[in-house]
Ligand binder design. Structure first.
Ligand SMILES: Cc1cc2nc3c(=O)[nH]c(=O)nc-3n(C[C@H](O)[C@H](O)[C@H](O)COP(=O)(O)OP(=O)(O)OC[C@H]3O[C@@H](n4cnc5c(N)ncnc54)[C@H](O)[C@@H]3O)c2cc1C
Length: 385
C-alpha cells in the first residue's frame, strides 16, 4: 500500500499480533455479555497502542496519525468496541487534557492514561440539549477554593470503569450562542462525593463500551481541577471532536473489512449441490465484488485524509466526511454480509451480525451523520469545502 513505511509496518505488525492472540478470542464474548474489556484496554496501554497520538514527553508513542489509523483499523476488524473505548479515552478526554492541561495535570492524568494504567471518560452530551452546548444545564460555580458541580450528562462512554471524567459545564450566566464562550472543562476524579454514575445502558451495538449517565449533586472538586481557561474550552472541544470524527474512518473501515472477510469465507466454504455459494450464484460474487469496491474506496479516502492530516493540511470538512462515509460503507457491507450468510447470519453466535449493529451506532455516536452533513453544507456555503 502506498501509505506504508517501515515504522508503520512495525506498528501494524504489533497490532495484528495483539488482535490475533488476545483480542479475537474475546470478541464474541464481549459482544454477548457487554462486559467492558478492561484487561484488553490495559494490555493495549502496555503495548503502547493507547498513547499513539500522545506526545512522547507525556508517555505516548508520538507516532504519526497514519500509524494510529492502522492500529484502529486492525483492532476494529475484530472488536470495534475496543477502538470506541480507546477513542473516548485518548481522543476526547485525552485530547482535552493534551490541549488544555497544565504540566502538572498532564503528569497526573495524561501520563498514566497513555500507558493504560488509568481509564478516562469525557462527559459532554446532555439529556435536553444533546450536543448543543448553548442549552447545557450542567453548571459549575466557584465556592472558595472549590468548584461545585450540579447537573448531568447522558450517553457517556467508559462510565463505571473510568478513573477520571473530563466534564464540560457552564461557568457563566449563559453560553454565548455564537462564540460559545461560557463553557469550561473540569477534571472530576471517580469517587468524588456528589458524582453519581448510572448503570451501563443496553445498546444496539458497541456492546461493552459502558455507555450511560453521570450526574452531579453538589459535587465538589478543587479549584485547580479547572482544565484550561475559565469559559473558554470550546476550541479544544472542537479539535478533540474532529480527531474523534477522523478516527471513525479507520474504525468503520475495520468494521467493513471484518464483515467482508467473514462473508467471503462463508461464501467460499458453504456448499449446495456440490458447489460453494460463491461458485453457484453470480449474485453472491457480485455482492462481494461491490462490498470489496466500497471498502477500497473508503480505504483510499481514509488514508489520503490521514496523509493530509500528517502534512498539517487537513481541511475542516474532511474529518467529518470520514465519519459520514465510514458509517455509510460499514453499514452497507455489514448488512450485505448478513444477507450472504442467510439464516445463520441472523444468529448472534455466528458473529457476523454484530458488525452491522456496531456500524449502525457509528452513524450516531459522537455526532449524527445528519448533524455532520449540516456542518459540511455550511462549509460548502462559505466556500470552505
Ligand atoms: C454509544 C454512544 C456513545 C457515546 N459516547 C459519548 C461520550 O463518551 N461522551 C459524550 O459527551 N457523548 C457521547 N455520546 C453522545 C453522542 O455524541 C450523541 O448521541 C450525538 O451527538 C447525537 O446527539 P443526541 O443523541 O442528543 O441526538 P439529537 O441531537 O437529539 O439528534 C437526534 C437526531 O436529529 C437529527 N439531527 C440532530 N441535529 C441535527 C442537525 N444539526 N442537522 C440535521 N439533523 C440533525 C439527526 O437525525 C439525529 O440523529 C455517545 C452516544 C452513543 C450512542
Amino acid at each position: 500500500m502506498w501509505y506504508m513505511n517501515d515504522e508503520r509496518q512495525l506498528i501494524l505488525d504489533a497490532a495484528r499480533e495483539f488482535v490475533r492472540t488476545e483480542v479475537a478470542p474475546h470478541a464474541l464474548e464481549v459482544d454477548r455479555t457487554s462486559r467492558f474489556p478492561v484487561e484488553l484496554f490495559h494490555r493495549a496501554g502496555e503495548l503502547g497502542l493507547l498513547g499513539l497520538t500522545i506526545p512522547e514527553e507525556f508517555g505516548g508513542s508520538g507516532v504519526d496519525q497514519t500509524a494510529s489509523a492502522l492500529v484502529l483499523e486492525e483492532i476494529a476488524t475484530s472488536m470495534p468496541v475496543l477502538t470506541v473505548a480507546m477513542g473516548a479515552h485518548a481522543l476526547l478526554a485525552g485530547g482535552l487534557l493534551q490541549m488544555l492541561g497544565t504540566p502538572e495535570q498532564k503528569k497526573t492524568w495524561l501520563v498514566p492514561a497513555a500507558s493504560g494504567e488509568i481509564i478516562l471518560a469525557c462527559g459532554s452530551t446532555e439529556a435536553v440539549g444533546g450536543d448543543n452546548q448553548v442549552e447545557f444545564a450542567t453548571r459549575a460555580v466557584l465556592d472558595g477554593e472549590e468548584w461545585v458541580l450540579n447537573g448531568g450528562k447522558v450517553l457517556i462512554s467508559n462510565i463505571g470503569v473510568a478513573d477520571m471524567y473530563v466534564v464540560v459545564a457552564v461557568t457563566a450566566d449563559h453560553v454565548d450562542p455564537v462564540t460559545k464562550a461560557g463553557l469550561s472543562a473540569f477534571i472530576v476524579p471517580a469517587g468524588t462525593a456528589g458524582l453519581n454514575v448510572g448503570a451501563a445502558e443496553h445498546k444496539l451495538g458497541w456492546h461493552g463500551s459502558a455507555t450511560g449517565s453521570i450526574w452531579f449533586d453538589a459535587a465538589r472538586i478543587p479549584k485547580e481541577n479547572l482544565l484550561g481557561p475559565e469559559g473558554g474550552c470550546l476550541q479544544a472541544m472542537f479539535v478533540s471532536a474532529s480527531a474523534e470524527f477522523l478516527s471513525c474512518g479507520p474504525v468503520s473501515l475495520g468494521i467493513a473489512e471484518g464483515a467482508y472477510r467473514a462473508a467471503l469465507d462463508y461464501s467460499t466454504t458453504r456448499t449446495q449441490q456440490g458447489h460453494t455459494l460463491f461458485e453457484r450464484f453470480q449474485v453472491t460474487r457480485h455482492k462481494l465484488a461491490r462490498m470489496y469496491g466500497e471498502i477500497e474506496s473508503l480505504r483510499a479516502l481514509v488514508y489520503s485524509t490521514y496523509a493530509e492530516r500528517d502534512r498539517g493540511e487537513l481541511e475542516l470538512a474532511r474529518s467529518r466526511l470520514l465519519k459520514i462515509k465510514g458509517a455509510e460503507v460499514s453499514e452497507y457491507v455489514g448488512r450485505e454480509a448478513i444477507q450472504l450468510f442467510g439464516g445463520v447470519g441472523t444468529i448472534i453466535d455466528t458473529g457476523v451480525e454484530r458488525y452491522w449493529r456496531d456500524a449502525k451506532v457509528m452513524a450516531i455516536g459522537g455526532a449524527s451523520v445528519e448533524a455532520l452533513n449540516d456542518v459540511v453544507a455550511g462549509l460548502i456555503a462559505r466556500g470552505m469545502a
